[in-house]
Ligand binder design. Structure first.
Ligand code: HEC
Length: 146
């Protein structure tokens, strides 16, 4: 049982953010003693699920899901050891919130572009914080007719 649990924790750690940190397979033992999912990671899952549902809505009828209240982007506790840059993180975070507002204000015909701008704001922050999800984020864009 313990072995399976540790294997699961290793998988979770690798799938989440730490792809670069774990590249040399030297996962610090201490990382097993913390809660697996931080407040910030949980919030990110909500943000990612929301973006996925917007993408699905655009493919369907363009009717957006309810706008999520993202209240704790600047206060949620990150995974232990995760560096949150005091300058770039708030800048990228405000940009995400601005793109979220813009999406809900955009006329229907412009929602695909507004959605792509939202996904770009995810990618921008993940370029400097937590690169693990970047592959997934790059697949979230929608094709836009010029
Ligand atoms: C302002 C910076 C920032 C923005 C904007 C941002 N992220 Fe994140 N994201 C992070 C950080 C930092 C973490 C690591 C959280 C932790 O481990 O505590 C993270 C973690 C994640 C995770 C992993 C969660 C887990 O289960 O461990 C996913 C997936 C993710 N983000 C997707 C997204 C998507 C999709 C968007 C846009 C809708 C987005 N992020 C916007 C900084 C950001």
């Amino acid at each position: 049982m313990r072995k399976e649990l540790i294997a699961l924790l290793v998988i979770v750690a690798v799938v989440a953010c730490s792809s670069s940190r774990n590249a040399d397979n030297s996962i610090p033992v201490a990382s097993f003693q913390q809660d697996v999912t931080s407040e910030l990671a949980l919030l990110m899952r909500t943000m990612a699920a929301h973006a996925d549902s917007v993408k699905a809505a655009l493919a369907r009828d363009g009717k957006l899901p309810p706008k999520p209240a993202i209240k704790t982007l600047f206060t949620a506790t990150p995974t232990q050891g995760m560096h949150i840059d005091p300058i770039t993180y708030p800048t990228f975070g405000k940009d995400y919130l601005a793109k979220l507002d813009a999406l809900y204000k955009a006329p229907k015909a412009e929602r695909p572009q507004a959605y792509n701008a939202l996904v770009q704001s995810c990618a921008n922050c993940h370029g400097t914080h937590c690169p693990g999800p970047l592959m997934r984020i790059r697949k979230m864009y929608v094709a836009v007719e010029e």
